[in-house]
Write a new protein. Sequence first.
Length: 156
Amino acid sequence: MESGTRNIKVNVAGTATTVINADLTLTKDANYSIFAIDSVSDISAVVFTDDLSTPASGKAHVRFIHLSPDAPAVDIAVASSGAVVFGDVALRKGTAFTPLDAGTYNLDVRVAGTSTVALVLPAITLQAGKIYTVFAKGFLAGTGVQALGAEIIVNK
């Protein structure tokens, strides 16, 4: 892709109603992830630069992005040990891609600086050589499709 300004639009599903119409400045040969965040009435785009450098042997690269508008800053910890993998991640912020040993992890999303678990992420399998983005979505007080949750993207 060439560098310069690119226009992105997001419509309400199944409609022609545009809720995001943003011009983004992009750099040549860089990789990006763009997320829509918040309720339709307050929706906006947030852009992250993706470092797709190949992980070392036996490692996966993982980052966490906080996209839950009514949730406080969070820590991501290994459930079994309590060891914090990503600390104090605030809304609209993301961590750097971090090397982790390949394997399966049970993770807890905790209110930052506490042991209060807001969300459990069970059986997250990380394959050696892969690059992942884990992101929190939805609303702490949401229900159904708007409930607090998480998704994983395989970036590479």
